[in-house]
Design a protein around this ligand. Structure first.
Ligand SMILES: C[S@@+](CC[C@H](N)C(=O)[O-])C[C@H]1O[C@@H](n2cnc3c(N)ncnc32)[C@H](O)[C@@H]1O
Length: 376
């Protein structure tokens, strides 16, 4: 080593770790050593020796590796971040609520189109967070307009609220019956509801989601939750290992959870970041549609505003993906971008006639040829 890097990795033990990190980052991007060699111009054998901690890379080599692995030199030496990535990559995460428009059905299609690398992940229409929990990015800004939902996410992030929320969920679960469901449901009609502690609102929201009809979150024009009971004899609202994993992940300091409009939620995105937009769907003229997650309906004007935000992010060098229904209106709004049509099975709709196969589009402002999945 002939540079500053010597000072950082001069110790044999640290060097080993450096090699392990290169190997870890390479494998995470599904890059064989030969491909990394091709991308960096470093011979494959040398990469192998670096990964095994047998040789000291020069500053120039480290620079080439960081470029090819799409990570800054600072991050490459940030042992804390990489350690967290390794830890988080081992835990299983999935949505803790069932959510209309949830992406679990088409997640495999989406995963194929995720950019190979990116810096901060943004998800401004978070809902159940199906994609967030697949990708498990270490740096993320996630948001949703629905305050009840975001309050629950925030409780997973705060140790004390998390414990209180679990106790409260267990209390609801124990007392569950038809009458109890409606008592809990009506709480948001009471004057003091907005002054309740976060953990109580979060536990109510999770309990209602698990015990209501079809796991639907829907409010009326006054903003009151109005889904009927699912008529279950018993309810299982607490998955201990999943909830502990969610709490470990969401507690990372590098994950911010906002309750903002989508435009504000992505305002800090810069070149190299990745934004996934999963807005309420544009409506098919001939079908029943669900767009009432909050009391504000997401109509054509909102879809237009969203397309301007998409274009603005594109101009700022941010990688952007958006999913929506395959309607003429949406295809026209995004005609200058890459549009893929996929088939999705819809399981939540206010009327059963709206279920079945529907075409969706996935729109990206970046090429997805040669894509390999990298979870940040
Ligand atoms: C299709 S859902 C997202 C589903 C989510 N990807 C999932 O896997 O569950 C759309 C979400 O957008 C939120 N939303 C509606 N209008 C919004 C706005 N103006 N800004 C931010 N979020 C909004 C809704 O509360 C809802 O959770």
């Amino acid at each position: 080593m002939h540079s500053r890097v010597i000072m950082i990795v001069g110790d044999k033990m640290i060097l080993n770790t450096f090699g392990e990190r290169i190997k870890y980052l390479r494998e995470k991007q599904n890059l064989p050593q030969a491909k990394l060699a091709q991308a960096t111009g470093i011979v494959r054998e040398q990469i192998s020796r670096i990964e095994n901690g047998q040789i000291n890379p020069t500053l120039d080599t480290v620079f080439k590796l960081s470029e090819a692995l799409n990570i800054t030199m600072t991050e490459l030496f940030d042992y804390d971040v990489i350690g967290k990535k390794q830890e988080i990559s081992k835990i299983a995460l999935k949505p803790f609520v069932k959510w209309a428009g949830g992406k679990t059905q088409i997640i495999q299609e989406i995963l194929k189109l995720i950019p190979n690398s990116y810096s901060t992940y943004f998800e401004p229409f978070l809902g159940g967070g199906a994609l967030l929990f697949q990708l498990k990015p270490i740096k993320a800004i996630v948001s949703d307009y629905n305050l009840e939902l975001i309050t629950a996410y925030r409780c997973f992030k705060d140790d004390k609220d998390y414990r209180l929320m679990i106790d409260e969920i267990l209390y609801h679960q124990k007392n569950h019956n038809e009458e109890y469901y409606y008592q809990v449901r009506e709480m948001d009609r009471e004057p003091g509801f907005h002054d309740l502690p976060n953990y109580k609102r979060a536990a109510r929201m999770i309990y209602l989601n698990k015990s209501c009809f079809n796991g639907l979150y829907r409010v009326n024009s006054k903003g009151y939750f109005n889904v009927p009971s699912g008529k279950y004899v018993s309810v299982n609202a607490y998955d201990e290992s999943l909830y502990n994993n969610l709490s470990t992940y969401l507690s990372l300091e590098t994950i911010s959870i906002l309750n903002a409009d989508f435009e504000e939620a992505v305002s800090s995105a810069t070149k190299g970041d990745f934004v996934y937009f999963d807005p309420p769907y544009d409506t098919f003229e001939d079908k029943n549609n669900f767009t009432t997650y909050t009391k504000n309906v997401f109509g054509k004007e909102e879809q237009r505003r969203l397309s301007s935000v998409f274009k603005d992010l594109d101009n700022r060098g941010v990688k952007v993906m958006l999913s929506n229904h395959n309607t003429d209106f949406i295809r026209e709004l995004y005609s200058q971008f890459n549009i893929r049509v996929i088939n999705a099975r819809r399981s939540i709709n206010s009327l059963s006639s709206g279920r079945g196969n529907v075409e969706e589009v996935i729109i990206t402002n970046y090429s997805t040829d040669n894509n390999h999945v990298d979870n940040n």
